[in-house]
Design a protein around this ligand. Structure first.
Ligand code: 3H9
Length: 691
């Protein structure tokens, strides 16, 4: 019987089966909550029903509260009301789980009296990723089932566990056969009813809490162990406080406090930012002019030109996804060195237990080393990762043009160069695209997909699909200096360099960025990467502080000094030598040094970045402001809880951004001349999100 558009109730062998089908992910929207509540009422009122199964159709069990309803007035019944009905039901209710039981979905399973899942199911409370805590009883019930420590770990990381771990931790009562969930859940419910098993309510359980009471330092230890990881994020602390309440408050009082702690997070800009990132990540996958009708090309074999740090890392992505890779180098030595590094990376992962040893061999076997460009002939995609120099790259592309099979995608991993210039070396510019991986390429999530004026749509669509296949977040951008990420980085770098000349110290600039939430400051980052990256010994001319430091042999961490001095453990201290270089250079430039405060540092760096982002939007290099945010959050360490530079700017308000830029322009010049887009948005009363 259909209860409403998304819910039906069927009676099968004395079991009331409530089935929800609300694509795409069965989130608890108002119709889903209403459907479950009325199906439950009907099942409870029906004497033929001895027990109830709650199950979903489609790809997954409930994926949680409907995030798109957040911030809007609650439509009855609330998730908590619906859950209270289930928990208080006079007949046993079994949650039958497939896909992912997440957030409010798992919390609903926790109010059912029993839980069963197929082996492929995954369970988790990922609210922390949205800047929230599990606010439908999760913080109160999960510790009662899996224990305080495990619950803290799961809720503050958002980690999903598989069904096997679910069974081992007591989160699941039974496993169903894959593909036979409904049948097995009905049989399980029949057994429960026939044997008169109790209506187990997690809220009444206390044995795991008693265990935690015996270990008085559990919360302090947990906070200490994770201080670095949680830095800047508010949700983990509220989760910990709510779990602490399980030990000191009765269940109902704990629930009241959970609600208060949840509401506090919901009202905070961090959650708004993290929810923005959640949707922005998914929106980035949709390229405005590329519909579902555009062909996706098969990628069954890849070739990577260059087995250096980038090329090797890029090749690993494909081997990890089971796609064979031809790895081409010019010398046997370079090839062997590259393969050795890849093997070492895999073995390190295996030694940490994150990969099986046989998988190391399986992945290595997917890599076919070659010294001959002609070996790319049967690759569907060729990625060039050679030295960052236009002539070198053009030469490679001219060769590729001759040896690659017709229709193969020819990609460059350049981070700054004009891809139109590179494509012009071929007779098929429509097949050329930029795939800008970030170092380390096997780890970093971001992939800038750079389309030129000529790149054919199927090539762009295929690159987007490929990003997903290899576990990256692909953002499609236009071809222009530095694309999105490095162009904004250049604006940030210019201000950082200028600030130290005008009187700030490298450590002051770095501290301001670190305190804002970046993992490390600009100068520390440069020292880590190596000041000599991109520096040319032949042409260096003491034109800036960086060149002078390089000329002095101060190439960064690896040489014991750069902008900072380093000890043998690579710990940094302020460098009097570097400061002297800065002061001398500033004097030579006629720049009078002065005291510079943290606010000025942040203002100049952030507003320069936002202004550059606005120009990028205006030029159509990025399709939307949220794409810029994703590039910076996933590729450059912009604090996720601030949502990215453009979301941060929207929080300040576009008129305020405009005002600030005008003030900065007066004091510091052209870099702050507001982009015309900002003027226009301010006049139209629009945000960057609406641009
Ligand atoms: C919560 O539960 C709070 C409670 O504790 C307390 C409440 C009081 N709502 O990711 P996909 C959309 S907080 C609305 O591409 P996949 C998504 O935007 C919630 N929409 O698929 C996308 O839309 P579109 C805790 C949602 O197969 C489409 O579904 N739960 C929701 O790669 C497909 O998504 C979570 O945080 C939602 N909850 O992955 C789980 N979830 O097609 C968040 C998804 O228009 N969700 N959408 O772009 C996920 O992790 C993944 O979506 C999931 C599927 C693993 C489920």
């Amino acid at each position: 019987m259909q209860v409403n558009d998304v819910t039906k109730l069927e009676i099968e062998g004395g079991i009331g089966v409530i089935t929800v089908n609300s694509p795409p992910v069965n989130a608890f929207s108002a119709p889903v909550r209403q459907g479950v509540a009325s199906a439950l009422e009907q099942a409870l009122a029906n004497e033929a029903v001895k027990a109830i199964v709650l199950i979903c159709e489609g790809r997954t069990f409930f994926a949680g509260a409907d995030i798109s309803e957040f911030g809007k007035p609650v439509i009855e019944p609330s998730l908590r009301d619906m859950q209270a009905m289930i928990e208080a039901a006079s007949k046993p209710v079994v949650a039958a789980i497939h896909g992912t039981a997440l957030g409010g979905g798992l919390e609903t399973a926790l109010v059912c009296h029993y839980r069963m899942a197929v082996p492929s199911a995954r369970l988790g409370l990922p609210e922390v990723n949205l800047g929230l805590l599990p606010g439908a009883g999760g913080t109160q019930r999960l510790p009662r089932v899996v224990g305080v420590e495990k619950a803290l770990e799961l809720m503050t990381s958002g980690r999903q566990i598989n069904a096997k771990e679910g069974l081992a931790t007591g989160l699941l009562d039974e496993l169903a056969d894959e593909g036979a969930l409904r049948k097995d859940a009905v049989a399980f419910a029949q057994r429960i009813a026939a044997e008169g098993k109790p209506l187990v309510k997690v809220r009444d359980r206390s044995e795991k809490l008693d265990e935690a009471r015996a270990n008085s330092s559990v919360f302090a230890d947990f906070r200490k162990a994770n201080a670095r990881k949680f830095r800047g994020f508010k949700a983990p602390e509220n989760i910990i406080r709510s779990v602490e309440n399980t030990l000191s408050l009765p269940f109902d009082e704990g629930m009241v406090q959970e609600r208060a702690l949840f509401n506090e997070l919901m009202a905070d800009s961090q959650s708004a930012a993290l929810r923005h990132v959640f949707f922005a990540e998914r929106t980035a996958a949709k390229v405005p002019d590329i519909g579902k009708d555009v062909d996706i090309l098969p990628i069954e074999k890849v070739a990577v030109i260059g087995a250096g740090t980038m090329g090797g890392g890029i090749a690993m992505n494909f081997a990890n996804a089971g796609i064979p890779v031809v790895l081409v180098e010019t010398t046997q030595e370079a090839l062997e060195r590259g393969l050795k590094v890849i093997r070492k990376n895999y073995e390190t992962t295996a030694s940490k237990g994150k990969m099986k040893l046989e998988d190391v061999e399986r992945r290595m076997a997917l890599l076919q080393p070659s010294l001959t460009m002609a070996d790319v002939a049967d690759a569907d995609l060729v990625i060039e990762a050679v030295f960052e120099n236009l002539d070198v790259k053009r030469e490679v592309f001219a060769k590729l043009d001759a040896v690659a099979k017709p229709g193969a995608i020819l990609a460059t991993n350049t981070s700054y160069l004009d891809i139109d210039d590179i494509a012009a070396a071929t007779a098929c510019p429509e097949s050329v695209i930029g795939l800008h991986f970030f170092s380390p390429a096997n780890v970093m999530k971001l992939l800038e997909i750079v389309r030129t004026k000529d790149t054919a749509k199927p090539i762009v669509a295929t690159a987007g699909k490929l990003a997903k296949t290899i576990g990256k977040i692909g953002v499609t951008v236009g071809n222009g200096f530095g694309f999105v990420g490095n162009r904004i980085l250049a604006a940030r770098n210019a201000q950082s360099d200028q600030l130290v000349l005008e009187g700030a110290t490298p450590e002051q600039v770095d501290k301001a960025l670190y305190d804002f939430g970046f993992p490390m400051g600009h100068f520390q980052m440069r020292d880590l990467v190596g000041l000599d990256v991109g520096w040319n010994r032949e042409t260096t001319s003491s034109a800036n502080v960086r060149e002078i430091l390089n000329e002095m042999g101060r190439h960064g961490q690896k040489t014991g000094g750069g902008y900072y001095d380093y000890d043998e453990k690579r710990r940094h201290t302020p460098s009097p030598v570097a400061l002297k270089v800065i002061e001398d250079f500033a004097a030579k430039q006629g720049i009078a040094r002065r005291e510079i405060g943290e606010q000025e540092i942040l203002d100049r760096i952030l507003y320069a970045m936002v202004n550059e982002g606005a120009k990028i939007l205006e030029e159509g290099i990025a399709a939307r402001a949220s794409d810029i945010d994703i590039v910076w959050v996933t590729g450059y360490g912009f604090p996720k809880y601030r949502g990215g530079p453009m979301f941060w700017a929207d929080l300040q308000g576009v008129p305020q951004v405009l005002q600030k830029l005008k003030t900065l322009e007066q004091a510091h010049g052209d870099a702050f001349t507001p982009s015309p887009l900002i003027e226009r948005l301010a006049a139209e009363g629009k945000s960057f999100g609406e641009a």
